[in-house]
Design a protein around this ligand. Structure first.
Ligand SMILES: NC(=O)c1ccc[n+]([C@@H]2O[C@H](COP(=O)([O-])OP(=O)(O)OC[C@H]3O[C@@H](n4cnc5c(N)ncnc54)[C@H](OP(=O)(O)O)[C@@H]3O)[C@@H](O)[C@H]2O)c1
Length: 250
């Protein structure tokens, strides 16, 4: 199926590994010029080489700590200057942050900054050009809502879902779509540190109908569809990619 993505431009945060890397590669091989940002220069360089080898459009890479207060402004300015215009924004950078029931203020603030505020701020930096051009697709990568432990990142991601819905209500009239993608347990560095191979197997057999953790490519497949013109009537929704792991139908 042609996703009609060829010739479009995109900004992807957290592009060095995991979902962001897989999404960047998928979009690039669909003919999208991606502005790929993260902190790890070596990984971003290897991503460029990997995409070149796969015959995709070589991404522009930009080294930036997303936590820095001026990161949204710098990323938006550099992306607009190198791409000319931005058609697609994938808000993905982040990290899981399990905390004790009484977590420190520093940890809570750090998570809300990285996993909520910076995404909102980067989006706000790019919104004027989306609105002026009366087009755009924004995809927010979120998290599960069914944890029975404290994870500050999942709380920040829940805030993203509510904000994302509100934004979609305001931006539809400009032809701008805003969606969220909720991953279940996907095999990336972010998750590997919490499960041994044996724990993964045991957990997946007990909790995931499809029997294993997903792969970053599973997220990239859904992401590429959601940001593409094929999804032109989809906005304000949350797409779940979790092997059936959610307990509730709604
Ligand atoms: N994997 C899962 O099962 C799962 C489940 C639920 C939610 N999520 C969420 O999905 C998103 C992607 O997760 P993943 O599994 O792909 O994680 P990952 O493999 O650890 O990748 C995280 C990405 O975010 C970037 N990042 C983290 N902190 C950053 C910072 N301060 N500045 C700039 N970039 C930063 C990292 O780049 P650098 O280190 O190079 O900066 C990396 O590219 C995260 O928000 C995560 O919380 C994942």
């Amino acid at each position: 199926m042609d996703l009609y993505l060829n010739g479009k431009t995109a900004v992807v945060t957290g592009a060095s590994q995991g979902f962001g890397r897989a999404i960047t590669k998928e979009l690039a091989t669909e003919g999208v010029k991606v502005f790929a940002t993260a902190r790890n220069e070596d990984l971003l360089d290897s991503l460029k080489a990997e995409i070149r080898k796969a015959g995709g459009i070589e991404p522009v890479t930009f080294i930036q700590d997303f936590v820095a207060a001026d990161a949204p402004e710098k990323i938006a300015a550099a992306a607009l200057s190198s791409l000319g215009q931005v058609d697609i924004l994938v808000n993905n950078a982040g990290r899981s942050r399990p905390l004790d029931v009484i977590g420190s203020e520093e940890e809570w603030a750090a998570s809300m900054t990285l996993d909520f505020d910076r995404h909102r701020q980067l989006t706000q930096q790019l919104l004027p050009q989306f609105m002026e051009r009366k087009q755009g697709s924004i995809l927010n990568i979120t998290s599960t809502y069914e944890l029975k432990m404290i994870n500050a990142s999942a709380v920040a991601k829940a805030a993203i879902v509510v904000w994302s819905k509100q934004l979609s209500g305001q931006l539809g009239r400009y032809g701008i779509r805003v969606n969220s993608l909720q991953p279940g347990l996907i095999d990336t560095e972010n998750i590997r540190r919490f499960f041994t191979a044996e724990q993964r197997k045991e957990h997946a057999e007990r909790e995931i109908p499809l029997g294993d953790f997903g792969e970053a490519q599973d997220i990239a497949n859904m992401a590429a569809f959601l940001v593409s013109p094929r999804a032109k009537y989809i906005t304000g929704t949350v797409a779940v990619v979790d092997g059936g792991g959610r307990h509730y139908a709604f």
